[in-house]
Design a binder for this molecule. Structure first.
Ligand code: MV4
Length: 502
């Protein structure tokens, strides 16, 4: 086993990885920027080293400094977490060159999936279904693209080959608007990735975003750990993930799982990865891209399979076989994760910074909180606003939703604004409860302001009630307002919901 691992990340994911190491008896080395001197991951690691100033490019993106710290502290391996250097093929290669095991895939796999047009071409050869679109790789000129577009058909999407995450993406309704939008897509891709190369795909409308967790060891074993439903997102930022997807059945899971495994095998994959699919209303599914890293939402898969994905990553990286065969993977119950962001849901989700003065975490049956903060910690504007993840498990989806409501009510964070009220409103949404949503749901059909406005129309009654019930309300005021009356008890509600879905 490794003796010592460097965790090349910060926040909740660094803490998560340190926890896995601790359970495996592995010493840990943390790294931190000047803004993170008092961060939780620094306290959890056995030893920690300063990288440099707060901005990521001067700290968490400094591969050279991180490798020097790895050498100085004598680690055997480096876990990159997600973001920062996690999907940089050069970093994965440099780790190997300097004699450290990179706990993740090989540089060749990262490269093959990092170029989204190349990824398409590679998986097509392996028989993986993709959305109809361009199939050539290399730099396609505007003339190439304009001539192939009508054959693909409109509406279509321009996507950046270096992309992912929707940057440089443009929707094209007809050929005449294409030249202008091609130029702006290339400009955006050039400034975001330093690469203006693009490709085309037919637009799949009203689709769900469902992804499969895969794991591969160095003995050629590749398994999948089922799906995560990730359609609840805003501006390409996921807000909630769950497993299983309400859309899934045994047969579709088997089909998509087999395809996910094939896609991983097509790039000779090693370690943990995620295959993203679009699934349309007719249950046609298409490979979108592969994320060659541990993902934020991995806990929902851990909760329904019982697999410790990070421990399994470490095991694979040191050359052991996967602890599970596909047949040994069983799915039990339902898990939901809410991403808790330091941002103001009542004000365009602008990031909220400041010192966390108090915090009270929900606990009890079926609750897990992966947090990167604690009372006294200052949330700075330099990094991702996600400060914690609240994950619940229930026997059924209905039970998981009730548990999530209970946990969101218990959760107290004072000092920064959080999106907890957003999640509470989401948990009350009938469309969410009924599983009737796709990737447009949050942006087009769900407005926190509307939900709040209908409450404001009763503002006078609310004011009187507020005065009368000051005691009770003070308990809830940390989360602003939420509907606290339902027309039925939770028991009745579960019964109804479950009868509806029989
Ligand atoms: C699509 C699509 C519809 N049709 N591709 C957005 C980010 C990038 N990862 C891929 N994305 C999409 N690709 C085709 N051919 C719709 C999206 C999309 C989306 C995908 C996943 C999760 C959320 C999304 C929100 C808007 C659009």
């Amino acid at each position: 086993m490794f003796k010592k691992v460097l965790v090349a990340n910060r926040g909740e994911i660094a803490v998560r990885i340190i926890r896995a190491c601790r359970e495996l008896g592995i010493q840990t080395v943390g790294i931190f920027s000047e803004a993170d001197r008092n961060a939780l991951h620094v306290r959890y690691a056995d030893e920690s080293y300063l990288l440099g100033p707060a901005p990521s490019r001067e700290s968490y993106l400094r591969a050279d400094k991180i490798l020097d710290i790895a050498a100085r502290s004598g680690v055997d391996a480096i876990h990159p977490g997600y973001g920062f250097l996690a999907e940089r093929e050069d970093f994965s290669a440099q780790c190997a060159d300097r004699g450290f095991v990179f706990i993740g895939p090989k540089p060749t796999s990262i490269a093959a999936m990092g170029d989204k047009a190349e990824a398409r071409a590679t998986v097509i050869k392996a028989g993986v279904p993709v959305v109809p679109g361009t199939e050539d790789v290399g730099n396609l000129t505007d003339d190439d693209l304009l001539s192939v577009a009508p054959k693909i058909g409109f509406p279509l999407l321009i996507k950046a080959t270096a992309g992912g995450g929707g940057k440089g993406m443009r929707e094209i309704k007809s050929l005449d608007e294409m030249p202008t939008l091609l130029a702006s897509a290339r400009r955006e891709a050039e400034s975001a990735f330093g690469d203006g190369n693009v490709y085309l795909e037919k637009l799949v409308e009203g689709a769900r975003h469902i992804e499969f967790q895969v794991m591969a060891d160095s003995f050629g074993n590749v398994i999948h750990l089922g799906e995560r439903e990730c359609s609840i997102q805003r501006r390409h930022q996921k807000l909630l993930e769950e497993s299983p997807s309400v859309f899934m059945d045994e047969e579709l899971r088997k089909k998509m799982g087999d395809v996910a495994v094939k896609a991983a095998q097509a790039v000779d994959y090693l370690n943990a990865g995620t295959i993203e699919f679009l699934v349309d209303k007719e249950r046609n599914f298409y490979f979108l891209e592969m994320n060659t890293r541990l993902q934020v939402e991995h806990p929902v898969t851990e909760m329904v399979t019982g697999v410790d994905i990070v421990a399994e990553q470490i095991r694979i990286a040191r050359g052991r076989q996967l602890s599970y065969t596909q047949d040994q993977i069983e799915f039990k119950g339902h898990a939901i994760e809410c991403r808790i962001n330091a941002e103001d849901p009542f004000n365009g989700f602008v990031p909220s910074t400041g010192r966390i003065t108090h915090s009270l975490l929900p606990t009890g049956p079926g609750i897990r909180v992966d947090s990167g903060v604690y009372p006294g910690f200052e949330v700075t504007p330099y990094y991702d606003p996600m400060i914690a993840k609240l994950i619940v498990w229930g026997e059924t989806r209905a039970q998981a939703i009730l548990r999530m409501r209970r946990a969101l009510e218990e959760y107290r964070i004072v000092g920064v604004r959080t999106n907890i009220p957003f999640h509470q409103t989401l948990m009350d949404s009938h469309r969410f409860m009924g599983g009737q949503f796709d990737t447009r749901f949050v942006e087009e059909r769900f407005s926190l302001d509307d939900a709040m406005e209908s409450r404001e129309s009763h503002s006078e009654i609310a004011a009187i009630l507020a005065t009368l019930a000051a005691h009770q309300l003070s308990e809830r005021s940390a989360h602003i307002v939420r509907r606290n009356e339902r027309d039925a008890s939770n028991w009745k509600w579960v019964g109804r919901w479950e009868r509806m879905h029989r």
